[in-house]
Structures are given as structure tokens and as C-alpha cells.
Design a protein. Structure first.
Length: 232
């Protein structure tokens, strides 16, 4: 899975153009429209890889890509409500205890805040584990409601293939961080222009792993081009 994931962004035709466009979207993702377009493309990667499409998707049908990105953000926010709300409440309790001037209150509220923060961090790990599968099902079914189809998602989430797809990106992210730091340090800052390219490449690789694991577990129908390639 790791080797296939790392080679996937370079597959197919027009690789250079695809990576250039993706890098520009990463660089502009601090703005609203490029952020949604980038997320929409990554959602499309999930669908393609789940259907065993041999090549990465092209940047086309920009309107649908924007809508898919918007839907992906909505799904992520819905799943993130509980852990992020818990973080806010925990920080508020800790700050309230510290400013109360009462040692007993500070100790109780501080302790509750710490427990809440620990629980919220566990929730964030669950969020990171759950959301890619939810987004993949949304992309495959082309329905935002499919992101909350837990009867299907539980089979994916409890599978060994998906667990591996979840663990590998931690190592990839660590290596990517070392690479980007080296690019910036050893080129005296000039290499920062390549950081968006590294980030785009890594994101496509990681989303490939999630999508392909989802497709393997669910056995969904391949795309027409993948079926043709398999017959050939």
C-alpha cells in the first residue's frame, strides 16, 4: 500500500500540469475558493481510488469540484463538533478555575478541564480515523447523507486494511515535515516555494490509501475505465 500510494500521484498523463495546479491550490488555500477546490479534488481522489481507477483524476468540472469540497468541509465540521466543543469547554473551565482566586475551585475546575482535554484529544483521533471513510462513501454515492451511513462505515472502520491506511500517513507526514524543513533550511528559504508541491503530493498519496482501503473492504463497482483496463 505504501509503495502504491507514493507512486500514485505520478501516474497517468499530464502529471506535471496536475501537480502544478494542485500546488497552486495548496498555496492559495488560505483563501476560501482555492481551499474548497483543493478539498473537492481530494474527495475526487477518494472516489477514484475506491473504484480502483488506475490514474489520478484531472482538474476538470470545477463547479462540481467546488461543491464536493464544500460538502466535504460540512461533513468534517459536523463530525468535529463534539471534540472541538469539548476542547472549548475544557479550556474555559481551566481558565475559570485559574482566575477564581479559590484554590479548591481552581483545583477542581482545572482537573475537570484536564480530563476534558484528554477526552477531546481521543475524540480528535477518532475524528481523523472516521472522517476519511465518511468522505469516501459520500464521494462514491455522490450524497452527503452517505457520509453518515454507519451501517456501511462500521465494516470499513473495523477492517485491518483501513487501520493500516490510517497508520501509514503518520510516517508519511513525519517524513514530509523533515523534507519541507530541509528544503527551507538548506536553500536559505528559497525552497519554501516547493513546500506546496510536497504537501499536495503527500495529500494525494494519503487519500489514495484511504480510498483504496475503502474500495477493498466494500468491494464497490469499479469505474468504467478501470474495468476496461482490467479486461485488457
Amino acid at each position: 500500500m505504501l509503495e502504491d500510494g507514493l507512486s500514485y500521484p505520478l501516474s497517468g498523463d499530464n502529471t506535471l500540469g496536475r501537480i502544478v495546479i494542485g500546488s497552486l491550490l495548496v498555496a492559495g488555500s488560505i483563501l476560501v475558493i482555492p481551499m474548497f477546490l483543493l478539498f473537492g479534488y481530494l474527495v475526487r481522489v477518494l472516489e477514484y481510488t475506491a473504484r480502483n481507477e488506475p490514474e489520478p483524476p484531472e482538474f476538470d468540472d470545477w463547479g462540481k469540484m467546488f461543491v464536493d469540497g464544500l460538502k466535504g468541509v460540512v461533513v468534517t465540521l459536523v463530525y468535529g463538533i463534539l471534540p472541538f466543543a469539548l476542547i472549548g469547554v475544557s479550556l474555559t473551565l481551566s481558565a475559570g478555575g485559574a482566575s477564581s482566586g479559590n484554590d479548591a475551585a481552581a483545583g477542581i475546575l482545572g482537573g475537570v478541564g484536564v480530563i476534558g482535554l484528554l477526552a477531546s484529544f481521543v475524540g480528535l483521533f477518532v475524528l481523523y480515523y472516521l472522517v476519511p471513510a465518511a468522505l469516501t462513501n459520500m464521494a462514491v454515492e455522490d450524497s452527503i447523507g452517505a457520509a453518515f451511513d454507519f451501517s456501511l462505515l462500521k465494516d470499513v472502520l473495523l477492517s485491518f486494511d483501513y487501520l493500516i491506511a490510517w497508520l501509514i500517513p503518520f510516517g508519511i507526514a513525519f517524513v514530509a515535515q523533515l523534507l519541507t524543513s530541509a528544503l527551507v533550511t538548506f536553500t536559505f528559504g528559497i525552497g519554501i516555494i516547493l513546500v506546496p508541491t510536497v504537501q499536495f503530493y503527500v495529500n494525494v498519496s494519503v487519500f489514495y490509501m484511504f480510498g483504496s482501503a475503502f474500495g477493498k473492504v466494500t468491494g464497490i463497482s469499479p469505474s468504467r475505465s478501470a474495468s476496461t483496463a482490467g479486461i485488457a
